[in-house]
Structure formats: C-alpha cells, structure tokens
Design a protein around this ligand. Structure first.
Ligand SMILES: [Zn+2]
Length: 277
C-alpha cells in the first residue's frame, strides 16, 4: 500500500496490491469463481477506505445478498492485517449484483461505530458502490477502481486505487484527472501485468502532477482469533451452559469462522473457566 498527496493539495491517492491477501482469504473461506472475485474486491475496497479515511481505525465492509441474510464480510485492521468471512444461512444464497447492499462500518475508539449503507448494482460492482458510500456517508468525492483477476477458480491478482478529490481542487485539475481516468486501462488489465505496483499506479495516476508519498505499509492476511480471546468469550456464557457442557464430559471444540483453525477446550479447562466466573 502506498499513499500520496499532490503538492497543490488537489488529490490524495491510495494504491495497493492485495493479491496474496485475497488469495489467502479465498483459500481460508473456500470460495471460488464469482464469489471469490466479489470477496476479493470487497476486501481490497475495505482496505482502501480504511487507508484513505481512517488509517488508525478498524473498518469492516459487508456485502449483503439481495435475497437472503447471506453476506460477505471483510475486516481490515490498522496494522495492515485483513480477514474475511462468507456468512451462509440455511437455504440462502449469495446474490451479489443488483439489489445487494454494501455497508461500511468504522469502529471508533470506545467501541462505537460509524455506519453507512448503499445499494449495489451489478454493473457498478464494489467500485461504484464504494464511491457512492464515500459521497453519501462521508461527503467525499472520489474515483475508485478495485479488481480481482481470476483464472477459473484461482486468484491471479487483486488490487486497486482510490483518488480522493480534496477541497483545494481547482476546475483545471479536475478536468485533467477526469480525462485521465476515462482513458485509464481497466484495473483488471493493469493487475495482469506483473510490472504494475502501487508505486507505478501512483506515477501513472499523477503523471505530471508533483506529489509526495506520505505513507506506505505492508498488507497481509491475518486472523484475529486466539485461545485467550475464545476463553474470554466462554467466560461470558451463562454458568448453566458451561455446566451442561461439563456434564457432557467431552472436550469442547470451537472452529474460527474466519480462518477455520480449531480450538479445543478440555473439560478441566471448562471447569476452571466456570470457577473463575
Ligand atoms: Zn481465526
């Protein structure tokens, strides 16, 4: 990820490649084809929004199916780690084009959240939905392109950019940028070229516009689960539930929905948790 701002204060640009992150997430969630493409774009877009609007906050993007409570959930953290979840309900299906909804949530300090929801169109995809979200919820004008390049079920590449129009923007610069973006190759085409890096994207987007790189960072797939956190969650269960688990006499097995790592709590440990309660 690279973040830059033009010297005249007209534009802020964030460019990133998320190939490894998206590939690992698609593998962890066992998604393929179109679902993997949408999930990759949601993850990339959620990271873009965080890096642009709230680098120090956790940002989540939810793509809610048009027809059910099924959803794709992307979770992006300030340390560059991202994970995702495909939420499936019994009998539901993921309809991610027209009629789906995109919700972006920023988790503010002290746990409160800032939310915005926009309707998705199949033609506009995640990119257009994110632009609408930024315009409607944050009053930010932007141009966004995210893409996941698939070869059958395999993730070949993923990435994107966000150009934010800043208050200093003059009509001249806006006209130049508008014309440039109209001629800009589709993100998927750019990503297929191994020579495309976040730095080269910046250089092309801001060609002949002096700018300074103001931030950069590594992105990666990272789950946030661990034994301690799960133990703390178990500690919040009503004592009766813990007692009945103990009465069953079997180890409790819990699988993380994000990374599918399995955690095992022996009865002795459940007793200890109950005692602390
Ligand atoms: Zn996990």
């Amino acid at each position: 990820m690279v973040r830059a701002i033009t010297d005249d204060g007209s534009f802020r640009v964030v460019a990133l490649r998320t190939t490894e992150t998206v590939r690992a997430i698609a593998a962890a969630q066992r998604v393929k084809g179109e679902e993997a493409r949408w999930l990759g774009e949601l993850v990339t877009g959620t990271i873009l929004v965080r890096e642009t609007m709230a680098p120090d906050l956790r940002v989540q993007g939810v793509l809610q199916s048009a027809t059910s409570r099924d959803a794709l959930i992307a979770d992006s953290h300030p340390d560059g780690g991202a994970r995702a979840l495909v939420q499936r309900t019994r009998g539901g299906s993921l309809v991610l084009g027209d009629g789906a909804a995109l919700q972006i949530t920023r988790t503010l300090p002290r746990g409160s959240a800032h939310k915005g929801v926009v309707q998705v169109t199949g033609a506009g995809g995640v990119s257009a939905s994110l632009m609408a979200y930024l315009q409607e919820s944050e009053q930010v004008a932007s141009a966004i392109a995210v893409a996941t390049v698939m070869d059958g079920d395999a993730v070949v590449a993923a990435g994107g950019y966000l150009v934010q129009l800043l208050p200093e923007l003059g009509e001249g610069q806006l006209a130049v940028m508008t014309a440039r973006l109209e001629d800009f190759p589709p993100m998927a085409t750019l990503l297929r070229d191994d020579a495309t890096t976040p730095e080269s994207l910046l250089a092309e987007l801001l060609y002949l516009m002096p700018y300074a790189v103001v931030g950069s960072g590594a992105l990666r797939y990272q789950c946030r689960c661990d034994t301690q956190r799960l133990r703390a969650t178990l500690g919040t269960l009503p004592p009766k539930e813990l007692e009945s688990l103990i009465a069953e006499g079997k180890d409790l097995e819990i699988e993380c929905d994000y990374c599918h790592v399995e955690y095992r709590f022996p009865v002795s440990e459940l007793r200890a948790i109950l005692a602390v309660d």
